[in-house]
Design a protein around this ligand. Structure first.
Ligand code: ZN
Length: 331
């Protein structure tokens, strides 16, 4: 896996691309996500991938992580909530545009792949990763390999139910009481805004009065400043996260259960509570064996994981298929 690749991390707020060598980021570019149309976003992904390719020739392949459900074999996005990529054959389209093999995967899988490699190339264990961002994503590593389900749509850990009659899931999900309904940026914004409306003279109330709502980032600021109500929101977020983590511990018995994503950067406000809740609920024979920790990759995990995806798949020789599909389709 010595080849330099390009990793692209497509998020709901920003798109980042970088030339990646193993877990080392060589050069990184970033822009606010072009959300206006599908075409604008695909053009933007192409532009950023080209910029990263230009920094590190000759890159062998390009990997793209998207916050969407992906048919892994074809690299087609089958469902996407926060970005306009649903139905786009991203692997085929960008493979044709860029002239190098392109691989597409769910961003939670990419993040888990980055963490796996940060544990060392020789590590072939079991790992579960939750990425807390706008929504809640996840990745599962079984015996050193990413588990994707039958077609690549699997391991949607954010939709693990932790309360049967809980709030409606903010994702494109018919369920309620999912982890995403309690421990995501969207859930935090919903709860902080409601708390601010209920108590206009509180710190959250002042934010809501000024902006009409309280974003996750502002709730983090209020909690860090010691606001009691904001701290209670994070305690609740952590409690429900812990309920879900207990199930993940019991199901997978992973060596590591890692918390990452943008909201994961504020893990100091809720991870201790989550771990305490999880350990009190998981089967005792399992609870003590799982290491709960913050993900190491930080903000760069997405591009690193996408780059590693491209390197791994290219090495497996799965890079020629989309090119052939394009030719066959054109005939
Ligand atoms: Zn859900």
């Amino acid at each position: 896996m010595a080849a330099v690749t390009v990793g692209v991390d497509v998020g709901g707020t920003k798109v980042a691309a970088a030339a990646v060598d193993g877990i080392r980021v060589l050069e990184r570019v970033e822009r606010p996500t072009a959300l206006s149309t599908t075409e604008a976003l695909v053009d933007q992904i192409e532009e950023l991938a080209r910029a990263a390719l230009a920094h590190a020739p000759p890159a062998a392949a390009v990997g793209i992580g998207v916050p969407s459900q992906v048919d892994f074999a074809t690299g087609k996005v089958v469902a996407s909530v926060n970005i306009p990529l649903a139905g786009v054959p991203l692997r085929e389209e960008l493979g044709a545009r860029l002239g190098v093999p392109v691989f597409v995967d769910n961003d939670g899988n990419c993040a888990a792949l980055a963490e796996l490699h940060m544990l060392g190339r020789a590590w072939v264990g079991n790992l579960v990763m939750l990425t807390l961002g706008t929504g809640v994503g996840g990745g599962v590593v079984v015996d050193g390999e990413i588990f994707r389900g039958s077609s690549g749509r699997g391991a949607e850990l954010g939709h693990l139910v932790v309360q049967a009659d809980g709030p409606e899931c903010p994702g494109a999900c018919p369920n309620r009481g999912c982890i995403e309904a309690y421990s995501s940026g969207l859930a935090l914004e919903r709860d902080a805004t409601e708390a601010g409306r209920r108590n206009p003279r509180s710190a959250l109330g002042r934010v809501v009065a000024e902006h009409g709502r309280c974003k996750g980032r502002q709730a983090v600021e209020a909690a860090r400043a010691g606001d009691a109500e904001a701290l209670r929101l994070f305690e609740r977020l952590g409690t429900y996260l812990g309920v879900g983590m207990a199930s993940l511990m019991n199901i997978f018995e992973p060596e590591y259960l890692l918390i990452g994503g943008g909201l994961g950067e504020a893990a100091d406000l809720f991870l201790e509570r989550a771990e305490e809740e999880a350990l009190s609920r998981a089967l005792p024979s399992i609870a003590g064996r799982v290491r709960v920790a913050r993900a190491r990759g930080g903000a760069a995990a997405g591009v690193i994981g996408a780059g590693l995806l491209a390197a791994g798949e290219h090495e497996r020789g799965s890079g020629t298929r989309p090119q052939m599909t394009v030719k066959e389709g054109a005939l």
